[in-house]
Design a binder for this molecule. Sequence first.
Ligand SMILES: Nc1ncnc2c1ncn2[C@@H]1O[C@H](COP(=O)(O)OP(=O)(O)OP(=O)(O)O)[C@@H](O)[C@H]1O
Length: 707
Amino acid sequence: MSSLGKKFLPNIFPKDFPPRLVQSKIGIWDVTREIPQGLRLPGTRIFSSLNQVKNGLPYFIRFLRDVFALGPVLLVIYIMCAIWSSFEPTVSLYYSSELLNVIQARVQGFDSDSHALLRACVMQILIVSFSALIDRWSDKYEAILRHRIKLHFAENGLRSTLKFDLPTLQDPEVKSKLPSANYSLSAPGDAWFALTTLRFKVTSILDLVSQCIFLIVAMRRQQFGPIFVAMCIAHPFLIDLIDFDLWSFNFLQSCNNANFIRMSALQILSYSERFKRDIISDGAAEYIESEFHEAKTKLGDTSMDRLGIQWMIQKPSSLRILSSLVSELPIFMFCIQSFISPSTLSAGTMAILRQTAQSIQWCIRGILLDSTSFAELVTNFKDLYILSELDNKLKEGNVQYPARDYDVERGMQVEFRNVSFAYPGTEKKALNDVSFLLKPGQLAVIVGVNGSGKSSLTKLFNRLYDPTEGQVLIDDLPLSSYKLSGLRRAMAILCQDHHPYPVSLRENVAIGLPTWKATDEEVTMAIRQGGAYEFIEKLPKKLETNLDPVDMSQCNYKREMPPVFRKMMDAVEQPTSISGGESQRLAASRTFMRLSGGEIRLLVADEPTSALDPQAEYEMYQQLLNQREGKTVVFITHRFGHITKHADVILCMKDGALVEQGTHLELMAARGEYFRLHEVQAQAFAQPSGDGELVGDDGSETEDWNL
Ligand SMILES: Nc1ncnc2c1ncn2[C@@H]1O[C@H](COP(=O)(O)OP(=O)(O)OP(=O)(O)O)[C@@H](O)[C@H]1O
């Protein structure tokens, strides 16, 4: 808008003023609403969002092209059905009014045209039948179109989310845009929602226009025609001006009611399978019940209904009365007209006009109420594509690993130069000014107490995150200069927090091989190396077991489950629980599968044996060490022994800082943090001798107790 325009025109465009924040408490909810500023004329929300519409238009066109490509005929049928549904109410009104007029003439004893009666009846029958036919077609072809659209956009969404790096995926804005269709294929899906909202919008407008034309034509002979039309339109506009729908605001709803939150938490404790064992063992049921009762008493009559319901309830009664009175204005007008010129009124005309008036009011109300989503409508289409257009937060380099003329035969060189790191959204440094150099082929062990930053360090190796300060170098080049896929292919990182994938155990392991084409022998070899062979062999379905199968079956019954249903439900594959150690062996097997590909130059294992018994731990380390050739190897461990003694370098972490580095002998001699940790563990395993000195099981000084 020009500055002149801004000065003289009343500001009907709320975006020109920053919105005002209004906070209120409704039941258990704390609501913060954004109130648009400036003079607000009814219906102006439509204009305020024109800019948004303009921005989203290219996405809308792209969407139409995509849908057309999915089924040109289906789209045409869909549009035709939509057009019919827009005009059907008016056509139906027209013939209803004809029919009513003929009937009225006959009732009043006038000799009316029987042809007209017949024609009106036949037309009415035809319209109703045709509408039913169109409905049937619409249901049938809509279902096919909906299915295709949902699958197409679910695949697009999956492709986009797979491409995201961790910081991007953790970004709240990205999270909010993750399409629900991605996660529940049976849910309606955003793309279909966008299309149906558009259909509703367009058909409402066409319906409104056609009904207005009908009304104007019908009112031609009426003395109060224009006033009647004005009254029909006035109601929804007036409501739009005085009655604010909650969803017409931007609002944030939160619940800070301590009693409600406590009740919710206690309720989860009561039914969740996750806590059942502990609750039974702790004998906590009684406590939970009494705490729930206390919270319930304290909550009292504070409503915990959904916010939308409470918003409706709390509307002032004056508003309700005014709204109802205004909607009745057309009938008052008929009263006045019946006094002034009764001959111009007939019961048929009145009935039809009243029906049309109400229908038009609903139409306008729907359009006005939905006016914010007029912009959202187009934004919906934009959101469908926005994920695929979002850039990752970590920018890739273009150097292919291994960098040319760099000898990687012995392994990968990793260097940290003054690296500090805080997790996104946190202030606290998980790593603070860390510097070290791991030469190709070295065996490094990282030690330190819980929370000292060991795992965080390894998360920077394969660029799950970038350092906040400092630099990581791989083979003398900044990590950020490499193409990530190639670099990550050369690393095998066995993390601490692994979760089995919801696919078969065979696939869980085979997915480790970069080609994904592992033979049965290769999978068996990997599970033997990872120590998972024995437990997998004991499972009824062995390698075909799915630990966490996706179960979509649902059983609906009244009172008692029919035995046949129970049998069928029992036959559905149930989740299989495995122990922490077994899960660790499974993850290790995948790493061995990965190592068998022959491309790995860096092997990192973050506490790979934390859940294993000593024998299994020994075997696991032996297997991992057998893979050392041509690789730099990094182990994180809490246990001191064979591994730390034979490490080329030990990195000792404390509070995010690298406090010591060197060999076992060097660090023991330094008598610093490493020495302290070593001694604490050694003492725990030693037995007090008669004179109070600590000795090992064999009576010797405690040293090589582990492995
Ligand atoms: N995802 C995360 N977001 C925010 N902070 C984190 C995250 N993961 C770890 N931290 C914090 O970073 C610090 C270092 O954690 P890290 O997991 O690296 O320690 P660790 O030495 O591996 O511990 P442990 O021996 O228990 O595995 C801790 O203070 C931890 O709370």
